[in-house]
Design a protein around this ligand. Structure first.
Ligand code: FES
Length: 215
């Protein structure tokens, strides 16, 4: 027998529909979407970053401490500072052993280093983000020879930097004296903050007459 449905029944059904059950369903659907997004984010992020940055992370201009300024007491006596640089990308954490030469220069040598004025450093857009000036008497040279990137040494008796790979020789101020290095030693951005010597750990292409920054 056919059951008759009246408007009153329908209204009652509509009124009796528990709103809480729709709310719960909606909540669960949204929760599901959020969880799905959170799970997918680590996979999507590198792809989006690659597409928006063209796979190029840009220069790393973070300041790194090389120690207390007071520890570099002696003038015109280079000191090799070794440290480990931790680099993280989307998937890996790398520990890179690094070394740079720090020299506290006497006034006379500082004048020689800055004879052409302040040394400018540019970001990946070509904008100057830092200038080294003789206000700071500490200079940091990248620990890599500008010829092919070997580590070079300080020869105390001769007062010169010496690269054993192809016999490159540099003055204490970084100029090439002899051998194949195409340019002077690479100076790094330096500043003194809270009594500590800080540098930007920039890297330049080896074998070029003109500095080409890589990192
Ligand atoms: S790498 Fe230093 S002279 Fe060749």
């Amino acid at each position: 027998m056919k059951e008759e449905i009246t408007m009153g029944d329908l209204e009652e059904e509509i009124v009796n529909e528990p709103p809480a059950s729709i709310g719960r369903r909606g909540f669960l659907i949204r929760l599901n979407r959020v969880l799905g997004f959170l799970l997918a984010a680590p996979l999507i992020y590198p792809i989006v970053r690659y597409l928006t940055h063209g796979g190029y992370p840009g220069f790393d201009n973070a300041w790194i401490s090389l120690g207390q300024v007071d520890q570099f007491k002696e003038y015109d006596k280079p000191e090799l500072i070794k440290f480990v640089r931790v680099k993280e990308d989307a998937y890996t954490i790398q520990q890179l052993p690094k070394s740079h030469w720090v020299v506290r220069f006497s006034k006379e040598r500082l004048t020689e280093i800055y004879k052409n004025g302040a040394v400018e450093f540019r970001d990946d857009k070509g904008k100057v983000f830092w200038k080294n000036s003789p206000d700071v008497d500490l200079v940091v040279f990248s620990g890599k020879c500008t010829h092919l990137g070997c580590s070079y040494r300080w020869k105390e008796g001769k007062g010169l930097f010496f690269c054993p790979c192809h016999l490159g020789i540099y003055k204490i101020t970084g100029e090439v004296v002899d051998g194949p290095p195409p340019r002077r030693l690479d100076q790094l951005p330096v500043r003194i903050k809270d009594g500590r010597l800080e540098v930007v750990d920039a890297e330049y292409k080896a074998g070029k007459k003109v500095q080409v920054r890589l990192v």
